[in-house]
Design a binder for this molecule. Structure first.
Ligand SMILES: Nc1ncnc2c1ncn2[C@@H]1O[C@H](COP(=O)(O)OP(=O)(O)OP(=O)(O)O)[C@@H](O)[C@H]1O
Length: 601
């Protein structure tokens, strides 16, 4: 069956799979494959301990094994960054002890793993902070992190169901959280910087953990702050707190909404639904936010020069603010896109912003990144969202923009067939298409030196102003990314020719998808990475055109305006010429814009 095939695909990605000889095509996984655990004919576990396995772990293959609940790779030879096991949201046990995994685990790694009971990461080479998202796992029973190089503080794990923890032999610092007081000395041994009764060392200032943590972090991890100054590390501490706070909100929202999941294939929309959630205060304790204010705001809100050490303001149309202001804001998770996660924050001065935590983006130096962001900040065009500020550290970048209340085109078209969808009548849809084309045209002249002036044009990156003027966001980021990262994350890479290299033409393909999406009202399958679900709008429109039945595929919601049908049909043809699979045959952007403008009444 397909699950057996998925396991064979997983096996293929391994470089040393001798122990899996029993996994053969034309046999069944539940019929004697080594290490495969089944229950009533359903594959529920992979117990692959002590098998000398190495190579890549193909998570997407494992994703197809729907019943998978436990994974053990204990004592093998896997190495590198932790694979994205968090894509397997239903896992109950993740046992990776005694391998060579290394690097930092993303702070939000466990956010979507609310079923997990056992996490064994011991005896690897993991470094960086213990991911704060572990602290919020309500079902966690066993946590084994011993024998790694984790640094920073131990997060306050909710200990209700926890029966065993081990943090020993790491580089942890700061106080042992009160929530772990039931665990003894062995669980914390050999971490020189820890304090608390279990390790027989008094903490000097327990009621203010920030005060303890920051200097110690600066001592143990000097490389973490590029400036090397104390200021840099307090910014680091602040971010940990902000992100930690935001994570709590995120988890609350995810738990709230997970009971209302849609069809799996439409997972893309799930995050959009988070817009509907009410506001939640960022759970940063009052006393702490005031101490943090003391340490940060002198570089933040009080210094409005646009070159604050924490946030660099590149566009002051919404005033100046610092990380401290963001920290005090009430926050809400918007989603986790391919470039990173997005949060909404409402600041005390009433300004609402979106903070995007970008993954990686390390192709430029700090100076290069700064120059690029300042260039973005100067953009003034009615169809482009100009960012407000950024924060740069080697391991994390934040990009701050104004929050646009109506949200994205994706959400309005497909998210919730509520009031806004009804408002998307033909004149408004036409206005959106024209605005998107103008915005793209502007980027193509402004960033004409870039191989991909937008690179990530899709309906979730088209935000709508109060009067439905579209605003393009997430543009021109291509040069900041490494090529494998860009190929993974950017929608322009879905253009059929992208395997031979990307060009301006890829943006035109993306524009075409949006035009077809707006006209048909269908969710394009092109937006879904596994290709399952949605409508292949390109194919559908092409065959409708060749059979001269264009009118049949136009969204019935706009067919009420009969007079405009010929206009819609002509736009459908323009959309089709933008999505020509052969890039040579694809229409030129200026020509496409001109044809759209000609349809204006
Ligand atoms: N400035 C903004 N104002 C209002 N909503 C926003 C803003 N920026 C993003 N959003 C919303 O948050 C959601 C998540 O944004 P995010 O950019 O992280 O994801 P994405 O667009 O799906 O993926 P990608 O990372 O590839 O851009 C978006 O779909 C959009 O609805």
């Amino acid at each position: 069956g397909p699950e057996d095939d998925a396991l064979l695909k997983f096996k293929e990605s391994l470089t040393n799979a001798g122990a899996l000889d029993s996994w053969e095509p034309n046999s069944q996984a539940c019929n004697g494959w080594a290490g495969v655990v089944c229950f009533n004919g359903i594959i529920t576990g992979l117990h692959l301990s002590d098998m000398g396995l190495s190579g890549k772990i193909d998570i997407s293959a494992l994703e197809s094994v729907r019943g998978l609940r436990t994974i053990s790779f204990v004592n093998n030879s896997f190495s590198g960054q932790i694979p994205e096991f968090n894509q397997l949201g239903a896992l109950k046990s993740l046992l990776l002890t005694r391998n060579q995994f290394s690097g930092e685990i993303p702070i939000d790694f466990f956010l979507r793993m609310q079923s997990i009971k056992k996490v064994w990461l011991s005896e690897n080479k993991f470094s960086g902070n213990i991911p704060a998202s572990l602290a919020q796992l309500l079902n966690l029973m066993e946590l084994h992190l011993e024998g790694n190089q984790f640094s920073g503080q131990i997060p306050s794990i909710k200990a209700d169901k926890l029966v065993s923890v081990d943090f020993s032999r790491n580089k942890l610092t700061g106080p042992i959280p009160a929530s772990l007081s039931k665990f003894g000395a062995n669980s914390f041994a050999e971490n020189d910087g820890l304090c608390g009764k279990q390790v027989g060392k008094e903490c000097s200032n327990v009621e203010n953990p920030m005060a303890v943590a920051i200097p110690q972090e600066a001592q143990t991890a000097p490389s973490q702050s590029s400036s090397g100054s104390k200021g840099g590390s307090s910014v680091f501490g602040t971010i940990v707190w902000i992100v930690g706070g935001i994570l709590v909100v995120g988890i609350v929202l995810i738990v709230l909404f997970s009971s209302r999941r849609r069809d799996d294939d439409f997972r893309v929309l799930e995050k959009e639904k988070m817009h509907e959630a009410g506001q939640v205060n960022m759970p940063v304790p009052k006393s702490e936010s005031s101490t943090k204010k003391g340490s940060v705001s002198k570089k933040g809100s009080q210094n409005g020069k646009g070159s604050t050490a924490d946030l660099v303001i590149v566009n002051d149309q919404r005033g100046t603010f610092g990380l401290a202001d963001l920290m005090k804001a009430s926050a809400e998770v918007l989603g986790n896109g391919s470039l990173g996660s997005a949060y909404k924050a409402v600041m005390a001065n009433g300004v609402s912003v979106v903070v995007k935590r970008m993954r990686e983006m390390n192709a430029f130096t700090k100076e290069g990144f700064d120059a690029e962001m300042r260039r973005f900040g100067k953009i003034r065009h009615p169809n482009i969202l100009t960012p407000l500020a950024y924060h740069y550290r080697r391991e994390e970048k934040l990009l701050v923009s104004e929050y646009i209340p109506k949200g994205s085109l994706l959400y309005l078209l497909h998210g919730d067939r509520g009031i806004c969808h009804a408002e998307l009548n033909w004149p408004i849809r036409f206005k959106i298409i024209l605005g998107v084309a103008h915005g793209l045209g502007f980027l193509h002249s402004e960033f004409s030196s870039h191989d991909l002036p937008h690179g990530n044009l899709k309906s979730s990156n088209v935000l709508l102003s109060d009067n439905y003027e579209p605003l393009l966001s997430d543009y021109a980021l291509h040069p900041l990314m490494s090529s494998p990262q860009a190929a993974q994350a950017m929608f322009a890479y879905r253009a059929p020719e992208s395997s031979q290299g990307v060009s301006l033409k890829c943006d035109i393909y993306c524009l075409g998808i949006i035009i077809l999406e707006i006209l048909t009202g269908k969710f394009p399958s092109q937006y879904i990475s596994n290709g399952k679900g949605g409508t292949d709008v390109v194919q559908w429109v092409q065959s409708a055109i060749s059979e001269q039945r264009e009118e049949e595929i136009i969204d019935p919601a706009i067919m009420t305006s009969r007079d405009s049908v010929s206009q819609m049909v002509r736009l459908l043809h323009i959309g089709a010429s933008c999505t020509e699979s052969n890039a040579e045959d694809r229409v030129d952007l200026r020509e496409a814009i001109r044809s759209i403008e000609e349809l204006q009444v």
